[in-house]
Design a protein around this ligand. Sequence first.
Ligand code: CU
Length: 234
Amino acid sequence: MDTGSVTSVQTTDPDELSAGKDLVAVGYPLDLPGEAKITKGTFSGHTDSYLQTDAAVNPGNSGGPLADLCGRVVGVIRLGGGENIALAVPIDSAIAVRERVQKGGGEAISELSGEINVTVQEYSINPEKSSARAGKITFKVENKGPTQAHEFLVFKTDLGVDELPTQSDGPLDEEDPALEMIDEITEFNPGQKKSLTVELEAGKFILACNVGEETGGQVEPHYKQGMHTAFTVE
Ligand SMILES: [Cu+2]
């Protein structure tokens, strides 16, 4: 690779930022021709894992730097658009991911970030992958309906997914000592997305929905209709 035109940048600790500090976003919004464009805004605060700014950010900005007025990079722009809210990955997280990628010989970033997309629908739970590494894992769960509210339960268990304890009328017996409830997203409606961050150690888990749906006077547990799947943490 010819690195003749690449220059290094200075960075600064995003934790030192105070709200209202001036920041600039640099990039190629909307793929406009010419030089990189600079938009100015202020630091609005932190969200869970992002820096928030009101600097104008559009498609084409993502991947570009968010910097203070001395040109020191505080984050990498992730997304923006509308309502004067743009988000950036703090630069220290970005550098940590880069180091892990370099060491790991090119693992997928999604794997490193511990994010797993999941869809729930009538009647299945579909994580994009069925295993993850131990540590912090964020399930991003979308209810694809079409009509039912669903929940998202995470249990640790040594049992196989077909051997789980159920109550006599069909739902999963959440009180059974063989199931260790880790955390849950309570019922949410079709079209909604929720996220759940859990710290998981190595072991066998199940992801399930145990909502009981009433049809013609009878309660049909979603669990029994197929809303459970095994999940392994390595
Ligand atoms: Cu359900």
